[in-house]
Design a protein around this ligand. Structure first.
Ligand code: PRX
Length: 659
């Protein structure tokens, strides 16, 4: 890690905040930022309580703030009651926001549909009433497996309105992954679509649901509600399957929101860990909503006139926090996009920013890097061809943004007028944790800068002791915060073990390595565990390995990440087959087969970019696979490390030659 840190920290350009953004900012100037941090440090309970009182509508006010009695199972505002959907929709009904556009939906083929807050409220109510009429109740779990659409937002909001806990599964996951999640979460309801459309291609969704349910064990699912997106052919099970428009038809546009306890789970979202199957990260209603809203106000400095566009999919946490909940709670107009950045061409994002007059744009480094490549090779798709003067803030999320990509984004997309907000956070943290503030923080390309007020981020060593400036270590959060993960659904022990290891003195362990510089700015160095970040998507090496070894040809597999100029990291798999070592065409055929297998087992995002075959894997004498050596081999570099503990050093040559 140390070499990488040194090379990043050579970066010493600093961009002070733009004056026009400092004026009138929610947090204005570093003095404003520091004052809030001090308040939070001095009396955290009072800090969080006043934010929660001022920013959320409670049906029953809370009297307790943080309850640590069962740490690390923290509870926030534990005796309060509210409804999240009412806080996103109903609260605007008696204000001018009611008739403001809530969502500007643009389909893959460019068709635009707009919906106001009042209309969205009615749609959510009709659908929620329909779900209720089917007999579904507060506390049940619904799987949502849908394309980006107004309907996906309606489905999530309708669940929240009824206190039904949703678990959104990204449409790119396979039926096998969907099956695992449906079982784990104990779903009674699945909301899906006939097909999804991305980049001009249709991809079936309903048939994947049918397949998943056919795998057995999901008898609790008694309804599958289908949004008709394309009208493509679907199989139908009478009694179980229903069209979304039929469920909502003839229902009242008014549905009393169910007041739930502040700690009632709002959603469960599966994400990869370093061991075992994906974990169901459970979030609580009030704490999550509070931080989703506050970060929209603070980080994005939300203004009534904003047109906000977060390009994430609702299948990931970014889409939950910065599409379905935060921006709606803030009453913003936002763009929701069905398609991909490169269709019909690589100018799509820039053209959409121009046409919808987007003011705040939030995307992932992987998109920036691939669009940089496209723009530099084809001037027609360069952002400078488009009028993007509406932009005032541009953000980045999901993986480290290297200084080159940061500068390109700053110059070419932001026109050197818009701050680049490199926001660090995770599925588990619920919302932004370490990020610049547009009206306060001087920026350094490649750094996510400073923690938000109330967030006690620090860097510690293996014993939980804080390390000094310039020293690498584990990124931890020393104090609980309202939007934090509550538990891993159905596995509280794993929750404790993963995030609160005893040696770290009760600090939340993020799983990232980081370092602070002389100004105390944070520099994230990437995961410290066996989690990969491919195009901003989290993948466990173990998951990919399990998928590979479940194929009949495979005896053993080890998966590592390799730095990749576009996707950040790429999956490299080392595979030992049950048969003799394949060569030439045969090796290529088996590699193709295994890639398709992984796509089917997990989803196309998990496909190894490179598969290497060997007669064995590098192992210690006690049989442990030496992944650090495989990482070197995966990069195509010579192994210079000490290999004396290796049982079979010759295997490294074999795996390297296969490169
Ligand atoms: O390694 C960090 C990286 O993404 C991980 C969290 O992934 P996920 O839960 O899927 O959430 C992604 C969207 C919030 C982190 O542990 N990561 C996220 N944002 C950044 C980042 N790494 C560096 N810089 C960031 N801004």
């Amino acid at each position: 890690m140390s070499n990488e840190i040194e090379s990043v920290l050579i970066e010493n350009r600093v961009f002070p905040p733009f004056e026009n953004l400092v004026q009138g900012a929610a947090i204005s100037g570093m003095d404003g930022y520091r004052a809030l941090c001090e308040q939070a440090d001095k009396n955290p309970d009072e800090f969080w309580a006043s934010l929660a009182r001022e920013n959320l509508n409670w049906t029953k006010p809370f009297s307790t703030v943080l309850d640590e009695s069962e740490a690390p199972f923290y509870r926030w505002f534990g005796d309060g009651e509210l409804n999240v959907s009412a806080n996103c929709l109903d609260k605007h009904l008696d204000t001018p926001t009611a008739d403001k556009t809530a969502l500007i939906f643009e389909s893959d083929d460019g068709k635009v549909t707009k919906i106001t807050y009042r209309q969205l409220h009615a749609r959510v109510c009709e659908f929620a009433n329909g779900i209720k009429a089917l007999g579904h109740k507060t506390g049940e779990r619904a799987i949502i497996y849908m394309p980006m659409s107004i309907e996906a937002v309606v489905a999530m909001q309708a669940c929240a309105r009824l206190g039904i806990i949703h678990s959104v599964v990204f449409g790119g996951f396979s039926s096998k992954s969907l099956h695992e999640r449906t079982l784990d979460v104990g779903a009674t309801l699945i909301i899906t679509a006939d097909e999804q459309v991305r980049g001009g291609k249709t991809i079936p969704l309903k048939s994947a649901v049918d397949e998943a349910l056919g795998m057995g064990g999901c008898e609790a699912v008694n309804h599958v509600i289908v949004y008709k997106r394309t009208g493509g052919q679907v199989a139908w099970q009478e009694g179980r399957d229903l069209w979304m428009h039929d469920v909502a038809a003839n229902q009242s546009g008014d549905c009393t929101p169910v007041a739930v306890n502040a700690e009632h789970p709002l959603f469960i979202l599966y994400t990869s860990g370093s061991t075992g199957k994906p974990k169901g990260v459970q979030h609580a209603s009030a704490g999550f909503l509070l931080w989703a809203l506050m970060t929209v106000k603070w980080t994005f400095d939300a203004k009534d006139s904003d047109v906000f566009w977060c390009t994430a999919d609702v299948g990931w946490v970014t889409g939950h926090t910065y599409i379905t909940y935060g921006p709606l709670a803030a009453g913003l107009t936002q763009v929701v996009f069905e398609g991909v950045p490169t269709y019909p061409d690589a100018g799509r994002f820039w053209e959409m920013i121009q046409r919808h007059k987007v003011t705040v744009f939030y995307t992932a480094p992987t998109a920036i890097r691939s669009l940089t490549k496209a723009a530099e090779s084809s001037p027609d798709h360069h952002p400078r061809k488009y009028d993007m003067s509406s932009l005032r803030i541009i953000g980045s999320v999901g993986e480290p943004i290297n200084p080159e990509a940061w500068m390109w984004y700053f110059k070419n997309v932001g026109g050197e007028r818009c701050p680049v907000l490199d926001t660090w956070w995770q599925t588990e943290t619920g919302a932004h944790m370490i990020t610049p503030l547009p009206g306060a923080t001087p920026l350094k390309p490649g750094s996510c800068t400073l923690p938000l007020p109330g967030i006690a981020a620090a860097i510690v060593d293996e014993a939980g002791e804080e390390v000094g400036r310039g020293k690498g270590g584990f990124l931890v959060i020393k104090r609980p915060w309202p939007a934090m993960i509550r538990t891993i659904w159905g596995d509280p022990e794993r929750f404790k073990k993963s995030y609160f290891p005893p040696e770290l003195k009760g600090h939340y362990l993020a799983g990232d390595g980081a370092q602070r510089d002389q100004d105390d700015y944070f520099w994230i160095m990437g995961r410290i565990d066996d989690v990969l970040n491919v195009s901003g998507h989290r993948l466990g090496t173990m998951e990919v390995e399990s998928a590979l070894v479940s194929h009949e040809l495979v005896a053993e597999a080890a998966v590592v990440g390799r730095p990749d100029a576009t996707t950040g990291e790429a999956v490299v798999a080392f595979v030992v087959l049950k048969q003799a070592l394949p060569e030439g065409e045969e090796a290529a055929d088996i590699a193709r087969l295994l890639r398709a297998w992984v796509a089917k087992e997990i989803g196309p995002i998990a496909k190894p970019k490179d598969i290497r075959f060997g007669e064995n894997l590098p192992k210690t004498r006690s049989g442990k696979i030496m992944r650090r050596l495989l990482r070197v081999v995966a990069k195509g570099e010579a192994v210079t490390q000490d290999v004396s503990t290796l049982e079979n050093p010759a295997i490294l040559d074999q795996l390297s030659q296969a490169h």
